[in-house]
Design a protein around this ligand. Structure first.
Ligand SMILES: *Cc1c(COP(=O)(O)O)cnc(C)c1O
Length: 356
């Protein structure tokens, strides 16, 4: 992604949901957890409670591990399922392939990441077929895992049926299924309006392990790795430590999860971010020269814009990215828990004025 010129005005940002501050519930929980001491390395009562709450979201027995960031929350579980002679199948715009500096390859000791095209940032079962046909026997890596992103890097959302169909195809070929849920809360919010629970589009659909994002939801430096079959999590704690991802002061990560989950803030903030993206999309629809690269279903809006208009907005201090991982240059506008309706009104007014 290429960055706009600096300086950037702070309240003029649609750059990323991780450029927002901490959600008030996460910050309050951090402060509340601060007085006194607590056992280290996750032996504290906050961590036990956070894990219980996380498991409760999925209504099944889970094994939960807190790590610092999404790259680790993807690469470490992928490494737990894949060996060096395996491959990991993902979408061509997936974070796993485009944004992790080869961490999945590194932590697996050499698994080949195979990135496939698919409309609107999504894969369909038939898209996987060429991988299974390619090569012959031991001469090509054995497919080890399918990694799906929910919500996707294009701001779309897989339905439970779509996840189920992909998992069925993956299972047919003996693959584990990983879900990159850096924006899991946004997907959960969208799907809850259609009557679906987090269980419906994870383990009930066949997902084995989820990277559940805390950071983009409004927390600081915390993501949860959720194994839906505790047997799969065997010895994962060693991998977390070896990967440099075991927090000694884990209570501060855990406290934020408690603050966000107990109050329902995780879903409320995600719903707000999604609503802001809908508001933005509605205001942009029909403007001359503006086209949607994908239908917004979560907290991001992906646009084709005249280059001069984008550059004029950057010059006025608006911060958003040119998303170059796609075939066509697309501008990405991300909303967060902190995005205000007023910022959207101002952005749209300025875009209208630069479009002339
Ligand atoms: C932000 C993001 C991540 C996490 O990235 P880190 O910078 O490693 O925390 C993972 N997957 C997707 C799809 C993301 O957007």
């Amino acid at each position: 992604m290429s960055a706009p010129p600096r300086p950037v005005r702070h309240d003029y940002t649609f750059a990323s949901d991780n450029s927002a501050g901490l959600a008030p519930e996460a910050l309050a929980a951090l402060i509340a957890a601060n007085p006194g001491g607590a056992p280290s390395y996750g032996e504290d009562e906050w961590t036990a409670r956070a894990k219980k709450l996380l498991g409760g979201i999925f209504a099944t027995e889970c094994e939960v591990f807190l790590v610092f960031n999404g790259t680790a929350a993807n690469a470490l579980p992928l490494a737990h399922f894949c060996r060096s002679h395996h491959s990991i199948i993902c979408h061509e715009v997936s974070h796993v392939d485009t944004d992790e500096c080869g961490a999945p390859e590194f932590f697996t000791g050499g698994s080949k990441v195979i990135a496939l095209p698919g409309a609107s940032g999504k894969l369909q079962p038939a898209d996987l077929e060429p991988v299974f046909r390619r090569g012959h026997g031991v001469h090509y890596p054995k497919a080890g895992a399918l990694s799906l992103t929910q919500s996707t890097e294009w701001g779309t959302v897989y339905t439970p049926d779509e996840v189920r169909a992909l998992c069925a195809e993956a299972k047919k070929h003996g693959l584990a299924v990983h879900m990159d849920g850096a924006r899991f809360a946004n997907a959960a919010s969208t799907l809850s309006t259609r009557g679906c629970s987090p269980a419906d589009f994870t383990w009930r659909a066949g997902v084995d392990v989820l990277s559940f994002g805390g950071t983009k939801n409004g927390m600081n430096t915390t993501e949860a790795v959720v194994f839906f079959n505790p047997e799969h999590a065997r010895e994962f704690e060693y991998r977390v430590k070896q990967g440099g991802q075991l927090a000694s002061k884990m209570r501060f990560a855990a406290a934020q999860w408690i603050g966000m989950l107990e109050t329902g803030a995780w879903l409320r903030h995600a719903a707000h971010a999604n609503a802001m993206a809908q508001k933005l999309a509605a205001a942009l629809r029909g403007l001359p020269g503006v086209k949607f690269a994908a239908e917004p279903e979560s907290n991001g809006v992906f646009l084709l814009l005249p280059v001069a208009a984008a550059e004029a907005l950057w010059a006025r201090g608006w911060h958003f990215y040119l998303y170059q991982i796609s075939r066509n240059p697309v501008y990405r506008l991300m909303c967060s828990w902190a995005t205000t309706p007023d910022a959207i009104d101002r952005f749209v007014a300025e875009l209208r004025s630069v479009l002339g």
